[in-house]
Design a protein around this ligand. Sequence first.
Ligand code: DI6
Ligand code: FE
Length: 405
Amino acid sequence: MLDVVWLGGNIASMEAGAGPWGAIRDAALGVRDGRVAWIGPRAALPAPPGSMAREVRDFAGQWITPGLIDCHTHLVYGGDRAHEFEMRLQGASYEEIARAGGGIVSTVKATRASDEGSLLASAMRRLAALTAEGVVAVEIKSGYGLDVETELKQLRVARRLGDEAGVTVRTTFLGAHALPAEFAGRADDYIDFVCTDSMPAAVEAELPDAVDAFCESIAFSPAQTERVFRRAAELGLAVKLHADQLSDLGGAALAARHGALSADHLEYTGEAGAKAMAAAGTVAVLLPGAFYTLRETKLPPIDLFRRHGVPIAIATDSNPGSSPATSILMMLNMACTLFRMTPEEALAGATRNAAMALGMQATHGTLAEGKAADFCLWDIADPAELSYRIGFNPLSTVVRAGNPT
Ligand code: DI6
Ligand code: FE
């Protein structure tokens, strides 16, 4: 006996190899104990719906998709960088802004000075904007503390966000995000600190699900990144990497060599990086919000990823500097309009491939028997509308574990 069966609309299951969108028209979806127990054409139901389930719900000609997943965010932070935005519009460079106390360092100051309650309250508002557009799972990084106390504070807040908002949260330790003032000019010493102090402390407190780093000329070198990755492996954590965002330092290939769940940004990744990612099963997470905000001109190599079969995910990179965005639907639109992805690739980027980027593909990312019954009902005539519209939210219902929220 099923708990509920949903009838009367179309399903974009996003299952790979099941045709465009994994579409099932005039579909039925049965739920038992929070999982998908049956999915297929209504005409193929083995018995009348009312005899199969305690409850029958009509989704009235709408489309059902898997719940959306935002697989790359920096949601927890203090303060904001609106003034810096004004400075940039007046022509100030990243360096001038940094010298004026702006950039990541200014957010580090504000985050260290914020208590857990205020960090939770401000992040909760950003998370609410994401869930209002159908996000059911989100990855949240640290990286604005850069000392033990504040890195752990950020990760505790990230865990609380999931508990209090009823959203699935994956946390990522990003101690190697930037060089804190107290280690100015001593990047290797700071990496020592990350490997011997802050990362182990976070693991001891059972706070991170993965480890990330910023491998870039303005952040940490490939050699310093390798040290962080080796320590993460010793501590039993998966890795991800902010890679090749502003230059090709071989970050994507480095991430692949360490079996990274994902390599992210990737505007400057070359063919060697794409091949290495394909061989390692590393997901390419593209961040159109940062590309747009920083007015980047170098597009990520979409055709290389397609040619080599690298799964492409799309995320907001929600952060106060390079991507102050909290709209996953806007990211789908930008993925198509700026990166020339197809609407189906874009939706796969916020469902199936986003789940892979978080190691959650066994339970999330597509609608198939045994997977979590976390799905969205959309008042649309075509799933392409989710990428097509700008600033319009056609979400009608989010269903978590089979129950409408
Ligand atoms: N890449 C980015 O674009 C952000 N972090 C990173 O590693 C920038 C974060 C910020 O500006 O606060
Ligand atoms: Fe980021």
